[in-house]
Design a protein around this ligand. Structure first.
Ligand code: ZN
Length: 472
């Protein structure tokens, strides 16, 4: 057994280091300024979920010019697309994201200062989309040059942040012909994602009451805000009686207009998360009961719009080992003096962990949680196709996602250097898969076993149409 393992390890390293792959990786590196400029444009567009018109168009144009065939507006989503090159099997897919987050406009400087925009790339998806496209284009060139058989596909996936964009694409069957799916995510360290993520379900609870003068005739009014508060109170009580890994969060998106008017309308936006989707569904059903109770007790009524819902990621050790050997082959990068000065300054700001700044140059052995404690619609993809991803240090070590510090670093050369590590690792992994069908078969066998023979995909968000206006 030991011998077999050793042999497997040695051959994986051999794959990682072969000569024509070396050429491909060098070529990606030569394109750094080209891809940095594209990422910077998307950083500036900072378009939120399903509104990524310019970002999606720029990536589509880039892929089209590189010789890909583009199918756009897929799964009923104007900013979703699939770019394809090649023919037949195997089909290796790479995911790209490009949505920004609302309310996180930030300049690319090490102090907190808004650019005055409505949103910012606090999850680094400008790098995600661009780096994945760079990898796909490099693999395409390699296929063309070597006359290799197979198809490389780049999936343009909008609205990852709460919009569950990939779920509609999965529901539509767009990934069905893919043999393996590859992805990555901006992070503060270089590491392959060996574990799972949190499943979630999200929705907006809308309460309808009766307005009246809050002082002159309050008895004639029924407050929708009271209903929201009653529901939130029950949800907060419920936290004690759910499995401890459950996360419940909400924001009141509408709480009325003025204190002297009894609000006849109020809205609260909820997320429920857990490592297991069954628990998510159970807690979610109880949350709906809380909404019902709140409406009953306050003399209001409510409507629910389910916004999103994603599966937890199905891990794959075989693919993780392959990607790890490629990441080790690519390695990290060092911060130059300007970047180091930036990093040191940002490290002093509130919310940062004091992580070693030299860690951008190293590779951390597999991180169990690819989303850093969050959820991702990559989860749904991983249950229909064997999937693997990595994180790379696009942010100053010690940075959390969804922070102004993440937006700032993503707008500098630090973000771009991390993006290049990801592009090269993904390209290398894809080339290995094209060259060695046995790797694909092994990944598929593990995947089939993990998901179980009984498994049938069913979207957690039901049959709703894409929530194209969820950010309005
Ligand atoms: Zn993200």
């Amino acid at each position: 057994m030991k011998k077999i393992l050793l042999f497997a390890l040695v051959s994986l390293q051999a794959f990682a280091q072969d000569a024509d792959k070396k050429k491909v990786l060098a070529r990606i590196q030569q394109q750094e300024s080209h891809y940095s400029a594209i990422a910077q444009k998307i950083w500036n567009f900072a378009e939120v979920g399903y509104k990524e018109k310019q970002s999606s168009a720029l990536l589509q144009e880039t892929l089209k010019q590189a010789g890909f065939t583009i199918e756009t507006g897929v799964a009923g989503i104007p900013t979703a697309f699939v770019a394809t090159y090649g023919q037949g099997k195997p089909v290796i897919g790479i995911m790209a994201e490009y949505d920004a987050l609302p309310g996180l406009s930030q300049d690319s400087i090490p102090t907190k200062r808004s650019l005055g925009g409505a949103s910012g790339h606090a999850c680094g998806h400008h790098l995600f989309g661009t780096g994945s496209s760079a990898a796909a284009i490099a693999v395409k060139e390699w296929l063309k040059e070597t006359g290799g058989k197979g198809t490389i596909k780049l999936y343009g996936c909008p609205a990852e942040e709460g919009g569950s964009g990939k779920v509609y694409m999965v529901r539509e069957g767009l990934f069905n012909d893919a043999d393996v799916m590859l992805h990555w995510h901006p992070s503060d360290a270089n590491s392959v994602s060996t574990g799972s993520s949190l499943a979630n379900k999200t929705g907006k609870f809308r309460f309808y009451g009766l307005s009246s003068h809050a002082a002159a005739s309050p008895e004639r009014g029924r407050s929708a805000l009271d209903a929201v508060e009653a529901m939130d109170f029950m949800a907060n009580m419920m936290r004690e009686h759910v499995p401890s890994s459950t996360r419940i969060h909400y924001v009141i998106t509408n709480g009325g207009k003025a204190p002297n008017i009894v609000p006849d309308y109020a809205e609260v936006y909820y997320y429920v998360r857990s490592p297991q989707r069954d628990i998510v569904m159970d807690v979610w059903n109880r949350l709906e009961k809380a909404a019902e109770g709140a409406a009953l007790g306050t003399g209001t009524r409510y409507e629910l719009e389910v916004i999103g819902g994603v599966y937890e990621i199905l891990p794959n050790e075989k693919l993780a080992a392959l990607m790890s050997s490629n990441l080790a082959n690519v390695g990290g990068y060092t911060l130059n003096p300007t970047e180091l000065a930036f990093a040191k300054q940002i490290q002093q700001t509130p919310g940062m962990l004091q992580t070693d700044l030299a860690s951008t140059s190293s590779v951390v052995p597999g991180r169990p949680d690819p989303s850093g404690g969050g959820s991702t619609d990559v989860g749904d993809v991983s249950w229909v196709v064997p999937t693997i991803g990595l994180g790379t240090a696009t942010w100053v070590p010690g940075t959390t996602a969804h922070s102004w510090q993440a937006v700032a670093a993503g707008g500098t050369s630090i973000g771009k250097k991390g993006m290049m590590v990801a592009a090269k690792t993904i390209a290398g992994t894809a080339i290995d898969l094209f060259k060695n069908p046995a790797l694909i078969e092994a990944a598929k066998a593990e995947w089939s076993k993990r998901k179980g023979a009984e498994f049938k995909y069913k979207a957690l968000l039901g049959d709703r149409k894409p929530a194209l206006n969820y950010r309005d």
